[in-house]
Design a protein around this ligand. Structure first.
Ligand SMILES: [Zn+2]
Length: 115
């Protein structure tokens, strides 16, 4: 079974994206967050799916689990490695993890801007 990190609905394994929230499903849900305690903040709005995947990888290596939101059409075609041109990916992290996430990924974002 797979789960939506936003609405926490359960889906069959063959489903990749939540039809309601347009986000990729995950194997394991994070512990439920109470609304008043913590909210997600936008870390990056990238137009490069490969770079977004790399950012996600670095964050998950440091136990920060971002929510990736990408435009539906492009993500359906380019999930995992197809041509990322035209894919817009928004990366959200928890408010308390924002600073650490920024420090971990700032260098690779700057590098990609100079290429
Ligand atoms: Zn959902």
């Amino acid at each position: 079974m797979k789960y939506c990190p936003v609405c926490r609905d359960e889906f069959m394994d063959h489903v990749k994206v939540c039809p309601d929230d347009q986000v990729e499903l995950v194997e394991k849900l994070e512990p439920e967050q109470h609304e008043d305690e913590e909210k997600q903040v936008l870390l990056y709005d990238l137009n490069d799916a490969k770079l977004a995947e790399m950012v996600q990888g670095v964050l998950e290596d440091h136990d920060i689990f971002p929510v990736m939101r990408s435009d539906m059409f492009a993500s359906a075609m380019s999930v995992r490695g197809a041509s990322p041109i035209g894919t817009q990916v928004k990366i959200f992290v928890m408010e308390s993890e924002y600073q650490q996430a920024l420090e971990l990924t700032d260098g690779m974002i700057r590098e990609s801007e100079t290429e």
